[in-house]
Design a binder for this molecule. Structure first.
Ligand code: GLC
Length: 425
C-alpha cells in the first residue's frame, strides 16, 4: 500500500506527519488491524510504504527536533526531484528537501533519527505487516560536507529532468556511507521482506542489495515496448539476483496507456514471467487505462492520471466508494473486475493464469536469440516469447503450448502481432 499515514497530502501521503497513525481519510488503526487480519485469512500479506528520507514539514519532529533535519547557511546547487533548488529558506537558514519544500530531508547521520525510524519499523511489524517498500532510498544519505554536484561527465543511465541531467548527482544522493544506514533499517526489520526504491541503474545497486531483498528495476520500468530495448534492460538488471519488477505504478502510466491496449497483455506476460518479485499495479490486471488526472494545484507533478480508483464494478463509484472519490472513476462501465472475473478471455483471467504459472517457473533466466522485434527467454524448460511488433513473426518455442495472450496466437513457430506465448519442452 502507498502511504496511509496522517499527512497534509502535498505528495499523495509521501509527506508523513505521523509515522504511527492512519490518515483519517482512510480509517483508523483498528481498521488497519482488521485489514491485516482479513488479508491473512485469505493468505495475503500486507507491505507498507516506508518513507524514511523526509517527513512532512508538519511533522512535530520538524518543530521539536530541528537538528534531525539538514540545514545550511546557504544553498548549494542540489536540485529537487520536482524541479528547482532542493533548498528552502526558513528563519535565516536553509533546509534541504530532495522532493517538495513540504518534505524536509531527515539527517540519517543523527543517531536519534535512526532510533526513531527503527521504532517506526518495529511498530508496524508488531501490528502484523509482512515488510516494506522503502521509498526513495538512494536519497537517504548525501554528502556530509554538502558539496555541489559537479557537471555531468557521463549519462546517468536512467531518465532525468533536463536540469538534473546536466549534473553528475554525485553528492546529492547515494553517499558512500549509505550502507551503514541501510544496515540499521535491516536491523529493525529482521527477516521481513524489504524492496528498495533506488533510482539508480542496476550496476550501482550493490549496497542496497546487501541490505534489502530486492530493488526496483527502473531500466525496465522506463523501457519502451520494443524487443531490443526490453532485452537490454533485462540483461542489465539480471546480472545479479534481486531485481523487483514493475512496469507501472503511482508515478508512471499504466500498461494500457504506456504500451498501447494491443500490447497490454504481452506486457503483463513479461512482468509476471521474469525471475524475482513482480509488482502489478492495481488496475493493470483488468487493463484499466490512465485517466484525465486532477487539479494541477493538488497534482503538481502531473501524476494523478495514474491514480484513479480501482474499478471493481460497473456502477457509479465503480465499487470503490459510495461517496465522492478524490479523483473520478475513469470507465467502470467498460472495464471492471466483476465483468472480467468469469470471462475466460479477459485480461483478469490471463493475469490469474500468469500468477498461477509463475510459481512453477524455475529461477534461472536465459535470453534467447530471436528475429528482430521478438523478445524471448527460457525459464528452465519453459520458453516465453513476446512479439512487440504489429506483424506476425517467427519465435522460438517449446513442444507444448502452455499459455497465450489470445487464442491461436502461437502457430507452429509464428506468433501473431502484439502477442505473447509460453510454451514448454
Ligand atoms: C517516491 C514515490 C513518489 C514520491 C517520492 C517522494 O519516488 O514513489 O511518489 O513523490 O518518492 O517521497
Amino acid at each position: 500500500m502507498s502511504p496511509i499515514y496522517p499527512s497534509p497530502m502535498h505528495d499523495f501521503g509521501y509527506d508523513v506527519a505521523d509515522y504511527k497513525g492512519i490518515e483519517p481519510v482512510f480509517g483508523s488503526l483498528d481498521d488497519f488491524d482488521s485489514l491485516v487480519a482479513a488479508a491473512k485469512q485469505r493468505g495475503l500479506d500486507v507491505l507498507l510504504d516506508l518513507v524514511p528520507c523526509h517527513t512532512s514539514i508538519e511533522h512535530p519532529w520538524f518543530r521539536e527536533h530541528p537538528d534531525w533535519y539538514i540545514w545550511a547557511d546557504a544553498p548549494n546547487n542540489w536540485l529537487s526531484a520536482f524541479g528547482g533548488s532542493a533548498w528552502s529558506h526558513l528563519n535565516g537558514r536553509w533546509y534541504l528537501h530532495s522532493f517538495y519544500p513540504e518534505q524536509p530531508d531527515l539527517d540519517w547521520r543523527n543517531p536519534e533519527v535512526v532510533a526513531a525510524m527503527q521504532d517506526v519499523l518495529r511498530f508496524w511489524l508488531e501490528r502484523g505487516v509482512a515488510g516494506y517498500r522503502v521509498d526513495a532510498i538512494d536519497r537517504l544519505l548525501k554528502d556530509a560536507q554538502l558539496r555541489d554536484d559537479p557537471p555531468a561527465s557521463e549519462a546517468f543511465g536512467l531518465p532525468l529532468s533536463g536540469e538534473e541531467a546536466e549534473l553528475s548527482l554525485a553528492h546529492s544522493r547515494n553517499a558512500p556511507d549509505t550502507g551503514r544506514a541501510l544496515a540499521k533499517i535491516r536491523e529493525a526489520v529482521g527477516d521481513h521482506f524489504m524492496v528498495g526504491e533506488v533510482y539508480l541503474p542496476a550496476a550501482r545497486w550493490q549496497p542496497y542489495l546487501d541490505a534489502f531483498d530486492a530493488v526496483f528495476a527502473f531500466e525496465l520500468l522506463h523501457a519502451d515496448w520494443d524487443a531490443e530495448t526490453l532485452r537490454r534492460a533485462i540483461e542489465a538488471t539480471t546480472r545479479q539476483p534481486g531485481a523487483a519488477w514493475a512496469l507501472s505504478n503511482h508515478d508512471f502510466g499504466r500498461l494500457v496507456t504506456r504500451f498501447g491496449a494491443e500490447n497490454a497483455r504481452a506486457a503483463a506476460m513479461l512482468l509476471l514471467t521474469l525471475p524475482g518479485t513482480a509488482f502489478l499495479y492495481q488496475g493493470d490486471e483488468i487493463g484499466q487505462a490512465d485517466g484525465p488526472g486532477g487539479e494541477r494545484r493538488y497534482d503538481r507533478a502531473g501524476r494523478d492520471r495514474f491514480r484513479h480508483p480501482m474499478q471493481w464494478t460497473g456502477g457509479r463509484g465503480g465499487g470503490f466508494t459510495s461517496g465522492e472519490p478524490w479523483l473520478p472513476l475513469v470507465d467502470p462501465e467498460h472495464v471492471n473486475v466483476e465483468a472480467q472475473r468469469d470471462d475466460p478471455g479477459s485480461m483478469l483471467t490471463l493475469t490469474r493464469e500468469l500468477i498461477r504459472l509463475r510459481r512453477s517457473l524455475p529461477a534461472d533466466l536465459r535470453l534467447l536469440d530471436t528475429a528482430p522485434g521478438v523478445l524471448a527467454y527460457a525459464r528452465g524448460e519453459y520458453v516465453v516469447a513476446l512479439n512487440t511488433t504489429g506483424r506476425a513473426l517467427p519465435v522460438p518455442r517449446g513442444a507444448e503450448l502452455v499459455l497465450e495472450t489470445e487464442p491461436a496466437a502461437l502457430s507452429r513457430d509464428e506468433l501473431t502481432a502484439h502477442a505473447g506465448a509460453i510454451s514448454c519442452n
